[in-house]
Design a protein around this ligand. Structure first.
Ligand code: NAG
Ligand code: NAG
Ligand code: NAG
Length: 470
């Protein structure tokens, strides 16, 4: 009897220690394309999974293997090709019953249902993890799609690479939504959603906006149609000038002028061939902006004591040692920055448009923009637009507009930043000069005082005001 009891105890002991529950997140796991993500999965109670089989499987892809751990090692011979080299279980965590999967460099095609299946000698259980991948699409491309029979101009707006599906709308200059003629949405497993809408417009000298929204991301670009008479004895010329663009809300914005321009040029060629008397010109954004270039020099007296301005006022770098600039502080000059590492330009502007470029190459902490005359310069002030600072910055490998509330997502690191101000329109725009990506704009500001160029840096590599803008 005693013997049987002992056997029973052992048996119950064994079964009990071997029964477990697999647990995971109740809500979908959200991530962003390009990032790494951990799909949580663990055993409760937290017994070791080192001797168990752990399988991560794509339920929505006929149970294909994403990752397998068995006999104390990863066995990925029959793993789905697209997951090669991107999956990992945490060996040291397995002991604690943590069988989470790390998936690196997430792609849109990774979105789906993942089963975490755990098997021991005598027991098995699983849970399903729902992975959602968000991807912000590529810049909008507006194409002029020819003329219709009644003299209307057909415009097409397209953007690719979104997930989930975004909303695309055309708006007129008053912000009224226009009805698209042939909305076209297309999904590709690897590239996500691409959207394309066409409209026909009859008005010249007006702006049309194309806007794409997905969750809290928005991209916008605009086209200006204008008609002018050239060679009046012969032809009427339609001038499409693709002007300043794009605005970012809560994040992300870039546009690819180069591509748009190429499309427009191709179109120009086609239309020219089709209709002899019509000719189309595309104005180059760079030359539009540089038309307003001004000769910026830095005001050494305004500079923080750790900033060293070159004799010609075209460069500034940051030194560890404080300069002897007691003189300024003693006379209490209000315009010297004493706390934030800033320097302002010598000359301020209070009308029209102005533009300057700064080389930021190799500088890992910088801020570029404009400041209002009499904005606070002493102490640790804020550099938001409501405080009289309109800037973009690089800090900790991330780009921001203003202080760090608006994160900008750039696909390349700009080497040169273009700053454009339209005083009357209340606009400050920033461009990556090389690609003419529009980085960010502050719009609908109201300027009442002079605006001065402003630089900030924490680096011994200098920021350089560019001279070659003609
Ligand atoms: C398991 O969890 C308990 C309580 O949550 C904790 O005290 C214990 O250290 C864990 N065991 C391991 C192996 O992580
Ligand atoms: C499992 O391990 C990963 C990687 O160390 C960790 O991020 C995660 O929080 C762990 N999960 C649990 C439930 O301990
Ligand atoms: C820019 O301004 C500085 C100082 O006023 C002057 O010395 C320089 O010649 C100017 N450069 C150009 C290109 O006008």
């Amino acid at each position: 009897m005693k013997f049987i009891c002992v056997i029973l105890l052992i048996l119950t002991g064994v079964t009990q220690s071997d029964e477990y529950e697999v647990i995971g997140p109740s809500a979908p796991v959200m991530t962003v394309s390009g990032e790494d993500v951990i799909l949580p999965c663990s055993i409760k109670p937290n017994i070791s999974a080192v001797n168990m089989r752990v399988e991560w499987i794509r339920l929505d892809l006929k149970g294909s293997i994403v990752h397998r751990y068995e006999d104390h090692k990863d066995i990925n011979t029959d793993q789905l090709q697209s997951y090669r080299g991107r999956t990992q279980v945490f060996k040291e965590e397995l002991e604690k019953g943590n069988t989470s999967l790390k998936l690196s460099r997430v792609q849109i095609s990774d979105e789906g249902l993942y089963k975490c299946f755990i098997q021991s000698q005598s027991w098995s259980d699983d849970i399903t993890v729902d992975l959602r991948v968000e991807a912000v699409g590529r810049p909008l491309v507006i194409t002029v799609d020819g003329f219709d029979g009644s003299g209307g101009l057909r415009l097409q707006c397209e953007s690719k690479g979104w997930n989930p599906e975004p909303d695309l709308v055309w708006l007129n200059s008053e912000g009224v939504t226009l009805t698209s003629e042939s909305p076209d949405t297309h999904r590709d497993d690897t590239d996500g959603f691409s959207v394309k809408h066409k409209i026909t417009v009859y008005n010249t000298d007006t702006k049309y906006h194309c806007r794409v929204r997905m969750n809290h991301h928005m991209m916008e670009t605009e086209i200006i149609t204008s008609s002018k008479m050239f060679h009046s004895w012969r032809s009427s010329v339609i001038l499409i000038s693709v002007a300043v663009v794009l605005s970012v809300i809560a994040g992300i914005l870039i546009t690819r002028f180069v591509r748009k321009q190429r499309d427009l040029q191709r179109e120009e060629q086609r239309i020219q061939n089709e209709r002899e008397p019509l000719l189309m010109t595309v104005k180059n954004v760079t030359s539009l902006l540089r038309k307003h270039a001004v000769n910026v020099t830095l005001d050494a007296d305004s500079a923080h004591p750790r900033l060293i301005v070159s004799h010609d006022g075209k460069q500034v770098r940051c030194e560890n040692k404080q300069l002897e600039r007691v003189k300024n502080e003693d006379t209490g000059q209000n315009y010297t920055f004493d706390s934030r590492f800033c320097v302002a330009g010598n000359e301020g502007f209070s009308s029209g448009c102005f533009y300057y470029e700064v080389q930021v190459k190799g500088v890992d902490c910088w801020r570029v923009g404009v400041t209002r005359e009499s904005a606070q310069r002493k102490g640790l002030f804020s550099m938001e637009h409501q405080d009289g600072y309109w800037t973009v910055c690089l800090s900790g490998h991330r780009y921001y507009a203003g202080e760090k509330h608006v994160v900008l997502s750039l696909s390349v690191n700009p080497e040169r930043i273009g700053v454009f101000v339209d005083y009357e329109k209340g606009r400050v725009s920033f461009y990556d000069v090389e690609s003419m990506y529009h980085i960010h704009s502050f719009t609908a500001q109201s300027f009442t005082k002079k605006l001065y160029p402003l630089l900030f840096l924490e680096s011994s590599v200098p920021l350089i005001i560019c001279r070659d803008l003609s």
